[in-house]
Ligand binder design. Sequence first.
Ligand SMILES: [Cu+2]
Length: 154
Amino acid sequence: MQEYPMLTRHVFLFLCCLSTAVLADGVQIQVKNAWIQAVPPVAEATAAYMKIKNLSPSSIRLIGASSPVAEKVEPMVTTRQQRNGQEVLGMESVDYMEIPSGGSLDLKPGGNHLMIMGLTSHPKEGEQVKLTLRFAPGDQRIDVDLPVVKQEPK
Ligand SMILES: [Cu+2]
């Protein structure tokens, strides 16, 4: 198991900003509240958050993503472990995240997220970053543009 330190901690707010319904080879998903965490120029990684709703009649799996600003993007879960009597937060890569038909996947700070690693350019606050989401079955790819912000947009 590989562990990464948490970048930041945030209060999660239920707010709405962006909604996109996209259709790729019959798989319809809706992406809402998508954003990328703004990080200092020295940071080598950041994370993308969003809510993905599966509008198709069968379940789909988020299997990964890619972005022109990073070497790799992986789905990760947040882990909580007790170590010497203290709760230690970590993260772990997973092969996929399942989204049942009609269900949603919430990617949010302190929870599931898309880890953006090996930043090759440092997106600044206020910029937009392209992220190509990959879904199974069929390795379907969907492009979304995410705003780079310090905290979840209002
Ligand atoms: Cu992570």
